[in-house]
Design a binder for this molecule. Sequence first.
Ligand code: AMP
Length: 216
Amino acid sequence: MINLLIMGKPGAGKGTQAKKILRHYHLAHISTGDIYREEMRKESPIGLIAKQYVSRGELVPDDMTNDIVEEVLHTHKYPNGFMLDGYPRTRAQAEALDCNLARLGLKLTAVINVDINDEVLMHRMAGRRVCPNCQATYHVANHPPQVPGICDVCGHELIQREDDKETSVLNRLRIYNKMTKPLIDYYREKGLLLVVDGDLPVNTVFKEICKGIEEK
Ligand code: AMP
């Protein structure tokens, strides 16, 4: 059983790496960002609250996020393990996660931090496009769709996520540095941290991650 946590600044490429790792190790994906996007799409009570924060690039309050993850961890079984993606993002969330895992008799195998410099990141975020129908992701320069603005997979029109727009990205970066970056030390002290260079090609990053996981 492999239980992972993947971290990185917004746009570091953690989503791409997460997909590859999930497939390789047959893990369940627990992404709080995906959960919130789905709730917002359904316009559920949680979604309506989350929307106020997500659209501004702010963090949804810890209590609500912790409750959601607690429920997900307690109601599902993960025979091969899971990967937490985008959670925890604050010290209070990390501590809540520790309690939940201990109650379930589970442990983290490794915490992957996909590291990247801010300039590369701004370029990546500005060009990112997503399909609101099937969630496929593209980049106008690095990974364009065959027909500009149209999803290769389902033909739906692509959009720029509200929280990928520049002011929102800068805000998310500021929040990341203040709230989430300290978690790097938190997990380093626990001997779980695995840092990979997100500027390297996707497959090189992936190989480094696999090597690191196997060493743990
Ligand atoms: P992501 O796709 O992980 O970047 O998440 C998109 C947005 O969902 C974030 O900018 C936050 O507004 C919200 N969100 C996702 N995960 C969390 C979390 N662990 N704590 C608070 N807010 C979150």
